[in-house]
Design a protein around this ligand. Structure first.
Ligand code: XBP
Ligand code: MG
Length: 247
């Protein structure tokens, strides 16, 4: 028998909002501002998204184009990546503050219902904290942290997804075992991270992730539109007691 559902833990990029095309635009703006001739298109970015974290993604790209001939551990390269990433974060934050990035269908309704029914909400993301704050301030309101007392992100979890560090931190912050919580993800790296922390995971892919392997997900849904807390509880108990298992 399943332990009752006590908390929902949400990934941010791709899951709360379809953010990656804005991240992509912000990366390209930052490359241009820095005088770099890098330009990522959606096909390349879809592949690069296999590396979680903006700085890690740029380093992986640099390694790829330079074929390991350059000392990317050197200070000059690290400084450049850090500088470009700061510019990229500012460009992305401006897009969110302009209202260009909105929550995916069903996300807000599910969060509201969960809170009304006494569940806790938490965030487990590899993105930078300012990106999370900008999105949720705009979508939920200035007091969004009251609804999300537990936020684990790039500043708390240096080991990026698929490493389970960020989900383990979220569970610790909630003070709950994995089987009392559900994770929400959009990518294979995110799913692997949550599963490795022991969590059942609902996946809502985006155009950037729909080709990923979601083996092990509790459910793969086009979106959370119409999804209720009772649906989540039902999916969990179907899994715990597969049809015919008790007969
Ligand atoms: C997705 C990511 C992030 C964003 C860019 O994170 O991998 O790197 O693409 O954000 P998640 P940063 O789905 O876990 O929220 O540049 O701030 O890393
Ligand atoms: Mg994601």
């Amino acid at each position: 028998m399943n332990q009752p559902l006590r908390a929902l833990v949400f990934d941010v990029d791709g899951t709360l909002a379809d953010t990656e095309r804005f991240h992509l635009q912000a990366f390209n703006e930052a490359f241009a501002a820095e005088g770099l001739d890098w330009r990522w298109d959606p096909a390349l970015y879809t592949r690069l998204l296999e590396v979680s974290g903006g700085e890690e993604r740029m380093l992986a790209y640099w390694r790829e184009v330079r074929g390991g001939t350059v000392d990317i551990e050197g200070n000059a390269m690290r400084d450049l990546i850090e500088r470009v990433h700061l510019a990229k974060t500012a460009a992305y934050e401006a897009m969110v503050n302009e209202g260009l990035v909105t929550l995916r269908p069903g996300v807000l309704a599910l969060m509201d219902e969960a809170l009304a029914r006494g569940l806790q909400l938490a965030i487990a993301t590899t993105t930078s904290p300012v990106n999370v704050a900008a999105l949720l301030r705009r979508a939920v309101g200035p007091h969004w942290r009251l609804q999300f007392p537990v936020v684990c992100d790039a500043s708390t979890a240096p080991r990026k997804k698929p490493d389970p560090q960020v989900y383990r931190q979220a569970l610790e912050g909630l003070g709950l075992p994995a089987h009392a919580c559900l994770a929400f993800e959009d990518s294979a790296n995110g799913l692997r991270s949550a599963r490795a922390a022991g969590m059942d995971t609902v996946v809502t892919p985006t155009a950037f992730t729909r080709h990923h392997d979601f083996t092990g997900a509790l459910r793969v849904m086009p979106s959370l539109a119409g999804t209720t807390v009772d649906d989540l509880a039902g999916w969990r108990s179907e899994q715990a007691e597969p049809a015919g298992a008790l007969s």
